[in-house]
Design a protein around this ligand. Structure first.
Ligand code: SF4
Ligand code: SF4
Length: 141
């Protein structure tokens, strides 16, 4: 099933060759994507599943199928790196690291997820500093 993904990453700018997505992700995270047998256990335990446009098991399927539109999924940014999925996977696949690899592929091309100029004065004054530190680490290359 094709889902509508609303991100605006220019996939061409990532300069990934056809068929290279799984290889690139595996090189970055060290996980064996092809070990996944799509049981969905990772998704069943994810605390953010209801807000995701692709479930974690779908993210893996998209990568394996070389569907680069995965980069326009909000799931990879919503992932809080809580490791619940990684702990539960019967195939011992660390999905958290896979999500991080996808973010890194985007950020290493100097494509930032968050535009700092869009943070309002009110937000700067009320959001805890630690939240900004986390945001910068995760969303800015
Ligand atoms: S829990 Fe593991 S094997 Fe099951 S779908 Fe998720 S990644 Fe694949
Ligand atoms: S690490 Fe990310 S994908 Fe895995 S359970 Fe936590 S939020 Fe969900």
């Amino acid at each position: 099933m094709t889902k509508k993904l609303e991100g605006n990453v220019d996939i061409e700018a990532l300069k990934l060759k056809k068929g290279d997505l799984a290889k690139e992700v595996e090189e970055l995270c060290g996980e064996n994507l092809f070990g996944c047998y799509q049981c969905g256990t990772c998704s069943a335990g994810c605390p953010f599943i209801e807000d995701m446009d692709l479930s974690p098991d779908e993210v893996i399927r998209y990568i394996i199928l070389d569907r680069k539109e995965v980069f326009n999924s909000k799931t990879i940014w919503l992932c809080a790196a809580c490791f619940t999925c990684a702990e539960r996977c019967p195939r011992d696949i660390n999905i958290t690291k896979i999500m991080e690899a996808l973010r890194q592929i985007i950020l290493r091309k100097k494509i930032d997820r968050t535009n700092l100029t869009e943070i309002s004065k009110d937000e700067k004054e009320t959001i805890p500093q630690i939240a900004f530190v986390s945001l910068f680490r995760k969303n800015i290359g």
